[in-house]
Design a protein around this ligand. Structure first.
Ligand code: SF4
Ligand code: SF4
Length: 243
């Protein structure tokens, strides 16, 4: 199987996603699709893009959930993509070495020339972050737009993933989460950013910032902060992922 870098990378590049300000507009989904190989259908699904049931691999998806009912109801949008885990079992289960973690910055990637599309990595990922691209027969996942963040021809301010650059709500942030002084690390500390499914031990790099209670939500019997007895907001999110 495939080894992880030893010692672990000193840098941990990843995303911080603000569930309080994400409005579910899907702009990040479209920007991701277009930047990462939009085919003949551009940012639409690869298969039957104009048919009744378009489909295809998406490296970033945004799901919407309803919490509470009536006046106390609230919609929470949850963007989902690879979390670039430190203990990435999607890498260690890979029989060909196609899945790997970069030693210099911790980004988890797929070498498409080595991928045989067996799907083991997708089974190993508890976050549902990998999708098989049926036309090419290889596994796809978020790359943090490596071809963009490392392109020195771009102005420094533009060297960020397409989803981050596109988000009109500024709900997505990119940086080094191993650096306690980075803007993303400070944001996580200030807002109580959470690690998804921490109990599984994958040690994801990405963090999510919990929604703040709105005026109506604060009066609700089903506040996100204390809804589940086991784990508060984190438990609520874990059950969504597990469900
Ligand atoms: Fe691998 Fe899934 Fe973690 Fe991404 S989120 S590194 S695909 S286990
Ligand atoms: Fe949410 Fe920003 Fe993506 Fe829109 S672009 S769905 S606001 S994360």
């Amino acid at each position: 199987m495939t080894a992880l870098p030893d010692p672990p990378p000193a840098r941990r590049l990843g995303l911080v996603i603000d569930l309080d300000t994400c409005v579910g507009c899907q702009a990040c989904v479209v920007a991701c699709k277009e930047w990462n190989g939009g085919g003949p259908a551009g940012p639409l699904g690869d298969l039957e893009p104009w048919g009744a049931a378009p489909s295809g691999a998406w490296l970033n998806r945004v799901h919407g959930f309803e919490v509470g009912e009536g006046e106390a109801g609230r919609t929470v949008y949850f963007p989902r993509s690879c979390l670039h885990c430190e203990n990435a079992l999607c890498v260690t289960v890979c029989p060909t070495g196609a899945s790997y973690k970069r030693a210099e910055d911790g980004i988890v990637l797929v070498d498409e020339a080595k991928c045989m599309g067996c799907g083991l990595c997708a089974w190993a990922c508890p976050y549902g972050a990998r999708e098989l691209d049926r036309p090419s027969g290889v596994m796809k996942k978020c790359t943090l737009c490596v071809d963009r963040i490392g392109d020195e021809r771009l102005p420094a301010a533009e060297r960020e993933p397409a989803c981050v650059a596109t988000c009109p709500a500024r709900a997505r942030h990119f940086g080094d989460l191993a650096d306690p002084d980075s803007a993303v690390s400070r944001l996580v500390a200030e807002r109580g950013g959470v690690e998804l499914l921490a109990e599984l031990g994958y040690r994801p790099t990405n963090r999510y910032l919990p929604p703040r209670p709105g005026r109506r939500l604060a009066a609700s019997a089903e506040r996100l902060e204390d809804a589940p007895a086991e784990g508060g907001f984190l438990g609520w999110l874990d059950r969504l992922l597990g469900g």
